[in-house]
Design a binder for this molecule. Structure first.
Ligand SMILES: [Zn+2]
Ligand SMILES: [Zn+2]
Length: 292
């Protein structure tokens, strides 16, 4: 029985790999929420959708981005694993893959070598096309040795499908198929496109407060939908900070939650923004007016 079961699972995975790998799986997934028309959708399905959006967006920005890409705060090894697992539950590939390519984005921002510059290769390529480009399939382990040294993180990165399957399966157990289509798949798809707007739109739309040498911009609406990531010009100017909204009116939900986790002792050493960085634009204006 067990042998038959394991053959069935292995066959299932290999079918997915041959027929629905990469971009095909991604495209097909966009139709999954439509299956909800054939089930009875309950209010709880929409609640799961919102909760999974907010929780997983937090782990995308706090985990994939601020922690693994930029080391903007400290976590112990247990919480590091949880942050990686939860970030990967959004289905945006392995944490080492995500963070290593993001480090390259900062190093080469808006140059021809930037993996996803809308200035160089247009909206659709920077939004989603680059993810399926053969050139960016590999995890750049050499760029992320600081986290690649942990075997449990390498395992998650290698078997990146495990967290989204675990979360999807749990949602199905709790709420059945209507919860799976709306609670899990719809929130996953909105999460994809919200996250991707940071690569495609925040290098095109919004205001540029700081001179960063690239096209990064701040956009209040994108900061709301991505829980703080829309303050992208701030971030390119000083990527080491745990905080992306640098003034009281720049809403950064991820940072507020990180602050709460720091009170609970889960998150440590949140890296601040030095005042000389935060007020760099005013200092520059002052210097220019003095020279004038
Ligand atoms: Zn950027
Ligand atoms: Zn970054």
């Amino acid at each position: 029985m067990m042998a038959r079961m394991s053959r069935f699972v292995t066959k299932g995975f290999s079918w997915f790999n041959t027929h629905l790998s990469g971009e095909k799986m991604f495209l097909v997934m966009h139709f999954f929420p439509l299956f909800a028309f054939f089930t009875q959708v309950k209010p709880v399905d929409w609640i799961i959708c919102v909760v999974l959006y907010v929780v997983r967006m937090f782990f995308i920005t706090a985990g994939y981005h601020r922690y693994f890409s930029h080391r903007a705060f400290k976590l112990n090894r247990f919480w590091q694993f949880i942050f990686a697992f939860m970030a990967q539950s959004s289905g945006q590939k392995g944490v080492l893959w995500w963070a290593s390519h993001h480090r390259e984005h900062h190093r080469l921002s808006d140059t021809p070598l930037d993996p996803h510059s809308p200035k160089q290769r247009g909206f659709w390529y920077s939004h989603v096309g680059w993810i399926f480009d053969k050139r960016y399939k590999r995890t750049l382990t050499e760029k992320i040795k600081d986290f690649a040294k942990y075997p449990e993180i390498r395992f998650l990165n290698e078997y990146d499908f495990i967290p989204p399957w675990v979360v999807g399966f749990t949602v199905w157990l709790i709420g059945g198929f209507s919860a799976l289509w709306i609670g899990f798949f719809l929130s996953t798809i909105i999460l994809y496109h919200s996250t991707f707007t940071i690569n495609s739109l925040t290098h095109v739309l919004g205001k540029k407060r700081y001179e960063t040498g690239d096209n990064s911009r701040n956009h209040w609406f994108l900061a709301l939908t991505t829980m703080g990531e829309g303050w992208h010009n701030n971030h390119h100017f000083y990527p080491h900070s745990a905080r992306m909204g640098w003034f009281w009116y720049e809403i950064d939900l991820t940072y507020y939650l990180l602050k709460v986790l720091s009170w609970l002792g889960i998150v440590k050493n949140l890296r601040p923004v030095p005042d000389r960085v935060r007020y760099a634009h005013r200092l520059k204006l002052l210097m220019q007016s003095n020279q004038g």
